[in-house]
Design a protein around this ligand. Sequence first.
Ligand code: HEM
Length: 138
Amino acid sequence: MPAVGEDITVYEAAGGTTFFAGLVERFYERVAVDEVLRPMYPNDLAGAKDRLTLFLVQYWGGPTTYSDQRGHPRLRMRHNPFAVDSAARDAWLRAMLDALEEAPPPESVRSALVEYFVRSADFMRNTPDAPAEGEPRL
Ligand code: HEM
């Protein structure tokens, strides 16, 4: 079997757009009931689902519809309007990893996605953490 990334893309090995659409659907089921994340997103999650699906499809080697519609991803910049501290990062990552484990792709794909989500969720942090109760504000 070819190693992922050599002869076939992660996109293909994962099962194409169907896989990423399913992953994002399960991710947003969790966002919808998450007390940290829910208030950050618009009431109607349909557009956000489309954007995340198309982005992941493009990132992993599928069609480039995301950039055709949205231009260069510039994801950190696009997250500037949202206060992403470590609690938001952890909530996002938990929701994504749980969504992944609910219907895991082949192991080589799974490990590539886990590594990527851990790294990129941390990269999106743009806000210092709120001080804990009783902690002095220095
Ligand atoms: C770390 C915590 C994160 C939080 C709290 C967060 C939150 C958000 C929010 C509130 C939006 C706006 C929803 C919308 O599109 O209408 C958004 C957009 C988006 N996020 Fe995140 N996000 C996080 C991490 C990530 C990561 C790690 C990725 C990629 C792997 C990602 C990919 C995207 C994409 C592609 C969009 C749409 C950008 C656009 O075209 O406008 N986000 N995010």
